[in-house]
Write a protein that binds this ligand. Structure first.
Ligand SMILES: Nc1ncnc2c1ncn2[C@@H]1O[C@H](COP(=O)(O)OP(=O)(O)O)[C@@H](O)[C@H]1O
Ligand SMILES: [Mg+2]
Length: 299
């Protein structure tokens, strides 16, 4: 909680997004301090991913504002925000299937450099081996040296995931397991050198071993001082990692506080268990079951 007294790196205020008659995010305010790890939890459809889209510039709010490092960035494009140091991963994972693991991660580094030096020699997206080769032939040595440095750095980031990705650096992303594609996505986000990392259900589809590994990786990122906003269904992970937990339901914040206190909050229990009782047949039953179990355990 010590971090909460620091100036917020991210400050959203009255954020609202409507889809027709549905208010997916409803007047939400939230601040994340530098170095803090804040988790956003809530039942499916609560508006968590929409909130991320609004923060990361993939969607525009109907009302409210987003400030990053004290600057109003409402309405900025995702690329501009990436240049400022805001990186995100997607709930269902998004990688470039035909690019290798290494090139996927390099996309993150190139996005960063393009933002810093628009139109510069490295302002070229990763275009595949042939184009890469053609460019390599006409590039001055200084640029080639920089490319080498970026590759070494990308390999270093990939090594965060132990032996999961390193032996597969040159494999196309489409040949990877689902869990590995999610790791590649996080590696790409890290290659941006983010100041704020938004992770949307990073352990979705992962088994308990893979989930435990991811927990350690996120813990490591946090220990290095990275500010993280995490959406996660697995509440045991949320409880272990978070400085603070924000609970959303129907687009609004229904609770916020220390993990253990939030898990005891009657409104939270109602949101999880109430939804479970009503919609177990067509909702993410595993997610709710786990949430319910953890809430009961902490009670
Ligand atoms: N592009 C969209 N158009 C219409 N409705 C949307 C769109 N995106 C999300 N929604 C709706 O907004 C609500 C919140 O969705 P979402 O943010 O994905 O929730 P969560 O990530 O918490 O599960 C849901 O009812 C969803 O169907
Ligand atoms: Mg979602």
């Amino acid at each position: 909680m010590a971090n909460q007294s620091k100036k917020p790196l991210l400050e959203i205020s009255g954020l609202t997004r409507r889809f027709g008659g549905l208010t997916a995010v409803n007047g939400l305010s939230l601040a994340v301090g530098e170095g803090e790890l804040v988790s956003v939890i809530g039942p499916n459809g609560a508006g968590k991913t929409t909130l991320f889209n609004l923060i990361a510039g993939l969607d525009t709010p109907d009302a409210g504002s987003v400030a990053f490092d004290g600057r109003d960035v409402t309405g900025f494009t995702a690329e501009r925000l990436a240049g400022l140091g805001l990186a995100r991963t997607f709930q269902h994972g998004r990688v470039f299937g035909n690019l290798s693991v290494l090139d996927n991660v390099l996309v993150g580094a190139h996005t960063r450099l393009r933002a810093v030096r628009p139109g510069g020699p490295l302002g070229v997206p990763v275009l595949g081996p042939l184009v890469e080769l053609a460019l390599a032939l006409i590039r001055p040595a200084s640029v080639r040296a920089e490319e080498e440095r970026l590759r070494a750095e990308a390999a270093e980031i990939v090594a965060l995931f132990g032996e999961r990705l390193t032996p597969r650096l040159d494999k196309p992303a489409h040949s990877l397991s689902y869990a590995n594609r999610r790791r590649v996505e996080i590696a790409r986000a890290l290659a941006l050198h983010p100041r704020l990392l938004l992770l949307d259900e990073p352990t979705a589809g992962m088994n308990p071993t893979e989930t435990a590994e991811m927990l350690e990786i996120i813990r490591g990122l946090k220990a290095r001082g990275l500010t993280i906003l995490l959406i996660e269904h697995k509440l045991d992970l949320v409880m272990q990692l978070s400085d603070r937990v924000v609970v959303m339901d129907h687009g609004a914040r229904i609770a916020e506080g220390l993990p253990a206190a939030v898990a005891r909050d009657p409104a939270v229990i109602e949101a999880y268990l109430g939804h479970k009782a009503v919609g177990a047949a067509n909702q993410d039953e595993a997610g709710y079951g786990e949430a319910g179990a953890v809430i009961r355990a902490v009670q």
